[in-house]
Design a binder for this molecule. Structure first.
Ligand code: NCD
Ligand code: ZN
Ligand code: ZN
Length: 344
């Protein structure tokens, strides 16, 4: 068993960096390891226009440590009012790489999300034309659909139609959580890929609900039963280039998660690459980590791979119980647990 692992520098293809004090915590944590990250647009108010994206890009740069080479890749939050003109302007500006589809009220800060997908046909056409990707939070929000079935229902009701109707549009099925989603991605053509989070690889719904409710393991889409966790593990272990790293690191202060109505999201940024190394090693797929973390994402986005490297060393360390956000505590994902690998 080797004790060091050097890989091309990875990127994070799905992250929440937030704003203000949280931004100043989340950006350095990500810039520690990642060269680029797809910055999610679900701020309050959301990043809707190309001008919003440019302003957010500048705020992220303002929170980036001087010594790092970190570059945020920007996204627009699709609403019922996103026009083909906005898409073309965003692509021409160069900072925006993708548009994010949140079904209205599916997740944190998604109240402005899309209510009528059919109204976006011209917008999706324009995205395919200018090469912006469609990133989807794939859950339906209808009251009558069980929360554990919402991803599968989204595939059946929406995603299969979108993919069939816009074959030229590159689609990333974000933070997949089910066997159904992994099978859908495998069965789709080369324009469909998926991100997989550390929590959905490491955990299943027992980790959320057995022995007391664990609010720090609550995220959306919610953790599923273990057959789904296994399917995700098999997907990444297969070495398929359709699956890549997207942490969905989603910071929320401790008191907002330990609450009668706790927020959804796991803050994995302080140990992101180490968490993936841990689970890839456990499933015997450490040799697939580099492509998952550093090749498949840029290849799918049509961006150059990074040229620098990062080195992981086998040096067990414990994730701290909390991190500080301007004087307030936040509990990182896997807090208090020991990881085998550490970025040098
Ligand atoms: C994310 C957040 O907090 O912004 N939460 C989550 O549980 N994943 C939103 C999202 O990615 O759906
Ligand atoms: Zn989401
Ligand atoms: Zn997310």
């Amino acid at each position: 068993m080797s004790d060091t692992l050097t890989i091309i520098q990875p990127d994070d293809w799905h992250i929440h960096l937030r704003d203000d004090a949280m931004l100043h915590t989340a950006v350095p944590a990500t810039a520690r390891v990642f060269s680029r990250a797809i910055a999610m647009p679900n701020l309050q108010p959301p990043v809707v226009t190309p001008a919003d994206a440019k302003a957010y890009y500048e705020r992220i740069q303002g929170a980036t440590p001087a010594e790092s080479n970190f570059t945020p890749l920007m996204t627009l939050y699709l609403t019922d009012n996103t026009t083909p003109e906005m898409v073309r302007e965003a692509a021409a500006g160069g900072l925006v790489k993708a548009c994010k589809l949140y079904p209205a009220n599916a997740t944190t800060n998604s109240a402005h999300g899309v209510t009528d997908l059919a109204g976006l046909d011209a917008t999706f056409e324009a995205m395919a034309e200018v090469g912006l990707l469609l990133l989807v939070h794939g859950e339906v929000t209808a009251d009558e659909i069980d929360v554990f079935d919402r991803e599968k229902a989204f595939i059946d009701q929406h995603l299969s139609n979108i993919v069939a109707k816009f074959p030229q549009l590159k689609v990333v099925f974000e933070h997949i959580t089910t066997k159904d989603a992994a099978e859908f991605v495998f069965a789709s053509d080369a324009n469909v890929a998926a991100t997989v989070t550390p929590q959905h690889l490491m955990y299943n719904r027992n980790h959320l609900l057995v022995g007391g409710i664990k609010p720090h393991n609550y995220c959306l889409p919610v953790l599923k039963r273990n057959i789904h966790q296994q399917a995700l593990q098999e997907a990444v272990a297969s070495g398929s280039n359709k699956f890549f790293l997207g942490t969905d690191s989603a910071p929320h202060l401790k008191h907002t998660k330990e609450s009668a109505c706790g927020c959804a999201g796991c803050y994995s940024a302080p140990a992101a690459l180490e968490l993936y190394a841990e689970i890839f090693e456990q499933i015997g797929a450490l040799d697939k980590l580099e492509a998952f973390a550093s090749f498949n994402g840029p290849d799918f986005y049509g961006l150059p791979r990074n040229t620098g490297t990062v080195t992981l060393v086998r040096d067990p360390w414990q994730i701290p119980d909390t991190v500080d956000v301007a004087g307030e505590p936040m509990v990182p994902f896997y807090a208090g647990n020991t990881l085998q690998w550490k970025v040098k």
